[in-house]
Design a protein around this ligand. Structure first.
Ligand SMILES: Cc1cc2nc3c(=O)[nH]c(=O)nc-3n(C[C@H](O)[C@H](O)[C@H](O)COP(=O)(O)OP(=O)(O)OC[C@H]3O[C@@H](n4cnc5c(N)ncnc54)[C@H](O)[C@@H]3O)c2cc1C
Length: 388
């Protein structure tokens, strides 16, 4: 089946798969595309009906777009009516910091993720939405060449399938690994939660091509215009503040008003939330199993790089997963830890530092004053975050 429900095809058999990939976000769908393109029999499993919304700032940054273009998938970001991003405006109280940007695209995750799933299906992967996957504990027999995954597809009997390699790309909670306690992630103290919705563009104050970021002490809200002239609204906020405000609409309105930004029509919007955001997953691989994307750990989204990290990880795990299908070797576990540390964790460190800074009012004010006086400094910083 493709992401928009057209041309439904269900596998006639449950022959063992080469690769089973859990989660149809950017990490899972790109990995499915890459492995299917290499001729591997690939199944992409997603618990939600597709297309689906997802809490996200809706900004596919320049580095993510470049990565897609390198893989011949530039149309996934650029071809769905997304808006080119020309700048970022950070709003704090009555102060404004404008940073020019280029190369990124503002697009809803509904459109972006569906296009990436379609690309995976076009490359030969089978897509099974509305299917909850659980990786079962490893079989002790070293001669066994397959990992087992339990599937619960809506309207079908539960089934167990086998795969030479399993990729867990199932996002923050990585629910598919709940039977494997060694993969549990450690949530940072006072980690914020994510909130998001898509609203009608009721106000002209949010211009196309600009990301508006309202920063307050209890969190920050990003608003950007996406395809079909709608506003993507996303926030990372303190859960205590959310409770005090009595709900997402009031919390988001408060932060926008503190930053003197107009409040889009979000009172009756359908809100989605996330579990606590900043978290670390120590273990990233095991026998015929690799973890990637947000499932491998995440840092608050202030710099908007999560999609680029997810795509980078998908491209980087592909040769290891391919090798695991041919002949599993225990050293693939170490290689994935090393590769992930070098490519992703190093980049997440700077983002972690910035978000920590924002939580300390004195440090945030000092940094803000410095950047406001020397706005030329802000551009290279943002470009470094975008492209490093
Ligand atoms: C408030 C906020 C704003 C953000 N803004 C940006 C931004 O502007 N730009 C940016 O680049 N990044 C942003 N991010 C980060 C970005 O959304 C993530 O880093 C990115 O989605 C990670 O991709 P992923 O493929 O790892 O996981 P996800 O996109 O979360 O995909 C995981 C998928 O797995 C599915 N799933 C979960 N469990 C199972 C299961 N057991 N079986 C089957 N399927 C399952 C889920 O339904 C989901 O579709 C933001 C995040 C937040 C919270």
């Amino acid at each position: 089946m493709n992401a928009t429900g057209r041309d439904a095809t269900v596998a006639a058999s449950e022959q063992p798969w080469d690769a089973v990939i859990i989660g149809a976000g950017p990490a899972g769908s790109l990995a499915a595309h890459q492995l299917a393109s290499r001729g591997l029999r690939t199944l992409l499993v997603e618990r939600s009906a597709f297309p689906r919304d997802k809490v996200c700032g809706g900004c596919v940054g320049a580095r993510a777009v470049e990565q897609l273009e390198l893989l011949g998938l530039g149309h996934v970001a650029r071809g769905q009516g997304g808006m080119p991003i020309a700048g970022l405006q950070i709003c704090r109280g009555s102060r404004r910091l404008a940073v020019p940007l280029s190369g990124g695209v503002a697009i809803s995750r509904r459109a972006f993720d569906a296009a990436l799933v379609d690309a995976a299906v076009a490359a030969g992967a089978e897509f099974r939405p509305e299917t909850l996957a659980t990786v079962t504990p490893a079989v002790a027999d070293p001669a066994a060449g397959f990992r087992q995954v339990a599937l619960r597809t809506r309207g079908r009997d539960a089934a167990e399938i086998a795969a030479r390699v399993v990729l867990a790309a199932d996002g923050l909670g990585h629910s598919s690994l709940r039977q494997l306690p060694a993969f549990e992630s450690r949530v940072a103290e006072h980690a914020r939660i994510g909130l998001g919705t898509i609203a009608a563009a009721s106000t002209k104050d949010y211009e196309p091509g600009t990301i508006y970021m309202a920063v307050g002490r209890t969190g920050y809200v990003g608003v950007v215009r996406v395809e079909h002239d709608r506003l993507n609204v996303a926030a990372a906020i303190d859960s205590r503040f959310l409770r005090q405000c009595g709900g997402p609409a009031a919390a988001i309105a408060t932060i926008l008003q503190q930053a003197e930004r107009p409040v889009p029509a979000v009172e009756s919007a359908a809100w989605q939330g996330t579990p606590p955001l900043t978290r670390h997953t120590e273990k990233l691989a095991d026998w015929r199993l690799f973890v990637l994307g947000d499932a491998a750990g995440y840092v608050e989204p202030f710099t908007g790089e999560g999609i680029a990290w997810a795509l980078t990880a998908a491209a980087a795990v592909t040769p290891l997963a391919e090798q695991a299908c041919t002949a599993w070797e225990p050293r693939l576990v170490t290689r994935w830890h090393q590769r992930y540390g070098r490519l992703i964790r190093r980049r997440q460190r700077l983002c972690r530092m910035l978000t920590a800074l924002l939580k300390h009012p004195w440090a945030a004010s000092t940094a803000w004053a410095g950047l406001s006086m020397l706005p030329r400094l802000a551009r290279p910083l943002v470009q470094h975050l975008e492209r490093s």
